[in-house]
Write a protein that binds this ligand. Structure first.
Ligand code: SF4
Length: 230
């Protein structure tokens, strides 16, 4: 909230403009919100790594209400990833704490972007996103969200001038305020997924921005996962 109060005029202006730009938003395409073109966005993204964020919703962690072995070993409603936190790319070694990690988009993407020098974030509640992401001077973000919450997040992104590409889930996503409110408190039974086309495009972008990788360990800084260069 404090971050919003630092931008009172922009907050009010964007509040009145909000209905105009959400009416233009397509429900199932990546929402691209940047001033130049995609190439320029990605170039700036890679050039200013500490101000560029890649983030994925906690709801993409594997979950199965019937079988604990098919659930994320780090628990669900948190910013943790046991796989990434134990990785040691410096020694070129990593192991999967659970077989579900092998196919998990969080582990797959996090491993690439952290090694390339970007902060990586697992999004949980709206309050945590406001506290972590909007109090930090990020300039660009690549996010995965449900269409419902990507509509909501456009508002603060515009207030804080954060340019973004948002990939929207095609299944498992929250579709009503009630579902969104429950998920915001960690009550979420489905696992969210991108369409095959969007997943391919997302991984292509991740590959493009992560071309110069270094061998690092991973450490937690607040709720972010970052490369440990020491
Ligand atoms: S890779 Fe995915 S399933 Fe494995 S610990 Fe990380 S978030 Fe959980």
């Amino acid at each position: 909230m404090h971050s919003f109060l630092n931008h009172p005029i922009k907050t009010l202006k964007e509040f009145f403009l909000f209905p105009t730009y959400i009416s233009k938003k397509d429900d199932f395409l990546p929402v691209c919100f940047f001033s130049e073109d995609k190439k320029a966005f990605l170039k700036q993204f890679s050039k200013h790594k500490s101000k560029s964020l890649v983030a994925i919703g906690y709801c993409s962690k594997p979950y199965n209400s019937q079988d604990k072995r098919l659930c994320c070993p780090s628990g669900r409603f948190n910013h943790r990833c046991m796989f990434l936190e134990n990785i040691n790319l410096k020694a070129n070694s990593f192991s999967y704490p659970s077989t579900v990690c092998k196919e998990c988009i969080i582990g797959k993407v996090g491993k690439e972007v952290i090694a390339a020098g970007y902060p990586f974030y697992i999004m949980t509640s709206a309050m945590d996103i406001a506290k972590d992401v909007f109090s930090f001077p990020f300039k660009r973000a690549i996010l995965t969200l449900c269409p419902y919450s990507s509509t909501i997040i456009l508002y603060p992104l515009r207030i804080f001038n954060i340019e973004a590409i948002i990939f929207q889930y095609i299944s498992g996503d929250c579709r009503t305020y009630k579902e969104f409110d429950l998920a915001d408190r960690g009550i979420k039974r489905d696992t969210t997924n991108l369409s095959m086309i969007d997943l391919k495009e997302f991984l292509k972008i991740v590959e493009e921005i992560s071309y110069d990788k270094f061998f690092v360990k991973v450490k937690r800084e607040g709720n972010f996962l970052i490369g440990d260069w020491d």
